[in-house]
Design a protein around this ligand. Structure first.
Ligand SMILES: [Zn+2]
Length: 324
C-alpha cells in the first residue's frame, strides 16, 4: 500500500532522494549547453522552501559503484568514458572534447554516478514507503555499450537489476513520459518478461530508434505540437489500462519536463498546468492501485523547468500521497 504522509515533524524523513553532487558545475562552461545542469539543486531548493524541510529529512544516495555500472554496461564502454571526445559526443557538447578528462570525471561523470546511485536507492525507498522521488536520473538513452542524448549510465536498468537481487519475482512497469522515446533501457531489457514499457513520446524528434520500439508494450507515439487536452486525456485513459494489464509490483516513472511548451528540444505544447496534471494522474493511479512508484527526473531544458517540476512535486506531496 502507498503510505500517506500526514504530518512532517522535524524528525520525519520523506522518500525524496537528492545529492549536492547532482548539479553539474564546470566554471560556467555548462551555461552554454541547452540542458540546465543546475536544475536539480533548484528543484530541491524549491521543495525544501515550500515544505520547510532540510536535507536531513530527505535521503542522500551513495555514488554508483563500478560493480553497479557493470551490471549493465560493458567494461569497454566504461573505459571509453576516459576519453573526453567520447564524453563530448554523448553530451552533444563539443566544447567538452578539449577539457582534460580528469576534470570531466570530477565535474560531470561523478554527478551522473550519484544520480545512478539515487535511482538504486529510490527503488528501495519506493518499495518501503510506497513512493519515492529521485530528483535526478531517468537517463533513458544510455545503452549497454553506448551513451547518447546526454545519458551516460542506464540508471533505471541498474536500479531495477539491483532490486531484482532481493525481489526476484518483482514485475516492473516503466512509465516514460519524457518527450523523447526511451530507447536505452528498452534495448537493455528487450523482452525481459519482468519488465513492461509504457512510452508516450514525440515521434518527430530524437532518437527515432526503430529497433528499440519493438520492446514498447504500451506504445503511444504522438506528434509535435500536441496540447494539454489531447495529451492528458491520453494519459488518463491509458495509464489505468496499462496497470490493469501489466499488474506491476513497482512503477518507475520518468517525469521528463521537456514536454513543456517553451522547451527548446521537446517540440510539444504542454503547459505547466498540464505537466502537473500528468504527474498527478500517474501518482493518483499508483495510489489507487496500491502500486509503489519511483519518480525520476528525465529531461527538461527550459529556464522554467525547475519551478514547474518543484511545483508539481509539492502538489503531489500535499494532495496525492498525503497532506503535509
Ligand atoms: Zn527528453
Amino acid at each position: 500500500m502507498v503510505s500517506k504522509v500526514n504530518s512532517l515533524d522535524q524528525n520525519k524523513k520523506i522518500p525524496i532522494v537528492f545529492s549536492l553532487y547532482y548539479d553539474i558545475v564546470m566554471g560556467g562552461v555548462e551555461e552554454l549547453h541547452p540542458f540546465d545542469s543546475k536544475k536539480y539543486g533548484k528543484v530541491f531548493g524549491y521543495i525544501s522552501e515550500s515544505l520547510g524541510i532540510d536535507e536531513k529529512q530527505t535521503f542522500s544516495p551513495e555514488s554508483a559503484t563500478e560493480d553497479d555500472l557493470l551490471m549493465v554496461h560493458s567494461k569497454d564502454y566504461l573505459v571509453s568514458l576516459r576519453n573526453s571526445e567520447n564524453i563530448a559526443k554523448i553530451a552533444e557538447f563539443e566544447m567538452l572534447a578539449s577539457i582534460p578528462n580528469d576534470i570531466l570525471q570530477e565535474k560531470l561523470i561523478k554527478s551522473v554516478k550519484y544520480a545512478t546511485g539515487g535511482t538504486i536507492l529510490g527503488c528501495k525507498l519506493a518499495l518501503k514507503y510506497g513512493w519515492a522521488m529521485n530528483l535526478s536520473g531517468g537517463y533513458h538513452h544510455a545503452k549497454a555499450n553506448e551513451g547518447g542524448g546526454f545519458c551516460f549510465f542506464a540508471d533505471i536498468p541498474i536500479g531495477v537489476f539491483r532490486t531484482f537481487e532481493k525481489n526476484p519475482d518483482l514485475s516492473v512497469l516503466i512509465v516514460d513520459l519524457d518527450a523523447h522515446q526511451g530507447n536505452g533501457y528498452a534495448s537493455i531489457f528487450k523482452d525481459d518478461p519482468r519488465v513492461s514499457i509504457f512510452d508516450v513520446y514525440n515521434q518527430d524528434i530524437y532518437p527515432h530508434d526503430e529497433a528499440a520500439k519493438r520492446y514498447i508494450r504500451f506504445h503511444y507515439p504522438v506528434s509535435s505540437g500536441i496540447g494539454d487536452d489531447e495529451y492528458t486525456t491520453l494519459i488518463a485513459s491509458s495509464i489505468p489500462e496499462a496497470l490493469k494489464s501489466a499488474k506491476p509490483g513497482l512503477i518507475i516513472y520518468i517525469a521528463g519536463a521537456d514536454i513543456f511548451e517553451d522547451d527548446t528540444l521537446g517540440g510539444m505544447c504542454i503547459s505547466a498546468n498540464g505537466i502537473q496534471k500528468r504527474d498527478e494522474i500517474v501518482f493518483s493511479n499508483a495510489v489507487a492501485y496500491g502500486i509503489p512508484v519511483l519518480m525520476v527526473s528525465g529531461g527538461g531544458y527550459a529556464k522554467e523547468t525547475a519551478t514547474i517540476t518543484g511545483t508539481s512535486i509539492v502538489h503531489i506531496l500535499k494532495n496525492v500521497v498525503g497532506s503535509l
